[in-house]
Design a protein. Sequence first.
Length: 268
Amino acid sequence: MISKTHYTNKDISEGLAQLGIGSSDTVYLTGDFGNLGFHESKTKLGTLQGFHESLASVIGETGTMIVPTHSFSLCNTDIPFDLENTPSQRGAFTDYVRKLPGAVRQFHPFGSLTAWGKQAESVTGNTSRHAYGPNTPYERLLACDAWGLSVAMPPQLTCSIVHHMEMTMAVPYRYTKEFLHPVVRDGKISIEPFYLFVTYLEADLERDRNEKFFQHPLMQEHVRKVQVGMNHLYAYRMRTFEQAVRDSMTKDIYAWLRRPPVQRPYQR
């Protein structure tokens, strides 16, 4: 029987406040909650509830939280995407938020985000058919200067918004691909087009996992870190991250990679 407690709801709330997160904020979060150790509830459900309730208490009734609820394994399959029932493949907490009353999930079969709170509909409702780019949740997160919150994982491993920035910076090693995929609408299955910004398979791409972006002076100065339980919470403003990425890619369009690719099928 588990008796040791590594952190409590109070620890979460105080940690979030120390990071600078507060009333009315918009927060995009993901990570590995198990790395924090044992929550005071000693149960999986209690852990998920505790983190949600703690963050909700900090951002208040006018705040909004967003999580990734991706289901990329549906790509190139005939498995229908069901907005209400297709589970998130990004961890237990993201699926917990997806099922909360009032949660609004982006209608995208592969790269959806789910929002809960005051601005949920504004962030993830009525989006384009693209995962990244104009009129997507990522663009809207930048517009409201959302926080990026990484739970018990280094933030360079959880910043999926970087792919939105690759699209807006028009990196040459990716292209827009159309997927015709079955989706459930009004109880009926229809085949509809959706889009992802994918890499050229023939290109010899070696990713550096966003190391250069987080080594940028802006991010070195800006990223905040606080211990909770056996690990840490990390936070940064997404607009600041965007500035760092844009600056890096203006100087080197291959900044997302460890080195420029030798094989460039897009080169003419």
